[in-house]
Design a protein around this ligand. Structure first.
Ligand code: CA
Length: 441
């Protein structure tokens, strides 16, 4: 049953949540159509129910502006709604973002004279990173991923004692976050065949992807103050696809005792579209119950709110010899042990200030089945069970020329499907000059 008009209803599974109402309104009505015809086609990623933001310019040298994707077009939201920057939109309090969504939805639902002059084809736009990212933090929120990886190193005890008490994370590198489509140069780094060394400095031979979602922070908190768990969802502006490229051989040698560093910081790809939390409302659900015997979260991380997101994710791979990509895995964000709200509340729980446009990664999204494994390390069991490609090639880890494509969508009975577009990256050869000795003897 769809509740027409501007209505809210309580989610039965969230009896304790303060302000925990689903804000389902007329902008989610599956019958709503746009005068932009391409938005109404079945399977379109960007129907009028979605309205994801992007930053773009119309031609080289044109100042960056805020766009809203509708079908195969971009609405110039800077000209239409006087939005100076996407970071400015992220900084809005949630109520203001909701009003903006209503205005954009109305503009694209009812045609007004000259409205089409505010559109340009997505295919012709110069898409940019959504905003300058101040800080980037990556988490490890999938217990399936943590268990699969932990088992390779500690078969008897794959999860460390802290895992079920706090969302494990590390500070990533913001400067090397690149937009989908940017080639990914194979990194050089220290790797060692033996845990005791000695290492060599060479191009990584175990390059991997990690299937993740990224969350752009909204208003955030001031230094020294926290974000209560029941307000954390309001501090997330929107979600994108994120590929945390990882050099496993470098990671193995460097990660102890302070965690990942150069094995991750050479590149992180994100999709250009920021799918707002408002658009995701129909796809929020109660998190899966914790397994029997697991401790409940401490009170500052405990919530019954429907903060899990039903987002289906897919990984596609195309080698240089393949004519088209093949799907190699499929997962769902709802499988995460820690929700995005818990990641935000935990991050701010010591008074660390989160700022608009900061990015947090979920960590590799894996699920209970083999087809849900979100990286090659898991999918090929550290290279011991290679993937067979239709060309007869095998893949243990990524080779030069391999293209990795992430896609995602949300579907729920009674609602229009919305999509995330794509996050793509092709691996290119390592810098041939990096290993040269500057002053040969
Ligand atoms: Ca990661």
């Amino acid at each position: 049953m769809f509740l027409a008009g501007f209505s809210t209803f309580k989610v039965p599974s969230a009896p304790r949540r303060l302000g925990g109402e689903f804000m389902i309104d007329h902008t989610h009505d599956p019958a709503l159509k746009s005068w932009v015809e391409s938005a109404n086609l079945p399977g379109a990623d960007f129907p009028i129910q979605n309205l994801p933001f992007a930053t773009y310019s119309r031609f080289p040298g044109d100042p960056a502006r805020v766009g809203v994707a509708i079908g195969d077009q971009l609405l110039d939201a800077t000209a239409t709604f006087h939005l100076a920057s996407l970071r400015g939109v992220m900084a809005m309090p949630r109520a203001e973002r909701l009003q903006l969504r209503h205005k954009i939805s109305g503009f694209l639902a009812t045609h007004t004279t000259g409205a089409e002059t505010m559109l340009s084809p997505i295919a012709a736009a110069h898409l940019e990173l959504p905003c300058e990212i101040g800080d980037y933090t990556d988490f490890y929120a999938s217990i399936h991923h943590a268990t699969n990886v932990g088992r390779m190193f500690r078969p008897e005890n794959p999860l460390l004692p802290n895992y079920k008490w706090l969302p494990v994370g590390y500070h990533g590198r913001a400067s090397s976050i690149v937009l989908s489509g940017t080639p990914i140069r194979r990194p050089w780094g220290q790797t060692a065949d033996s845990p005791a060394g000695p290492p060599v400095y060479a191009p990584s031979r175990r390059l991997d992807y990690e299937l993740e979602i990224g969350a752009f922070l909204g208003p955030g908190n001031t230094l020294g103050h926290t974000i209560p768990i029941d307000q954390a969802a309001g501090h997330i502006a929107g979600v994108c696809l994120l590929n945390d490229w990882s050099a496993r051989d470098m990671q193995t040698w460097e990660y102890q005792p302070l965690g990942p560093f150069l094995a991750k910081s050479f590149a992180t790809s994100i999709s250009p579209w920021v799918v707002t939390m408002e658009a995701l409302e129909p796809f929020r659900r109660a998190p899966e119950p914790r397994p029997e015997g697991d401790p409940p979260p401490l009170p500052h991380l405990a919530t019954n709110a429907p903060d899990a997101l039903g987002i289906t994710l897919e990984v596609w791979l195309r080698s240089a010899l393949m004519t088209g990509p093949m799907r190699i895995s499929r997962g769902n964000v709802a499988h995460l042990y820690w929700t995005l709200s818990q990641l935000v509340a935990h991050h701010a729980s010591n008074g660390c200030n989160l700022r608009p446009g900061d990015l947090i990664g979920s960590g590799t999204v894996s699920g209970p089945e083999k087809e849900n494994r979100g990286c090659l390390l898991e999918l090929t069991l550290r290279g011991t069970e290679p993937l067979e490609l239709p060309t007869g090639e095998q893949r243990r880890f990524l080779e030069d020329g391999d293209e990795v494509i992430f896609r995602a969508c949300c579907e729920a009975p009674g609602y229009r499907r919305i999509g995330f577009g794509e996050c793509r990256g092709t691996v290119i050869a390592a810098d041939p000059s990096a290993g040269r000795t500057p002053h040969p003897k």
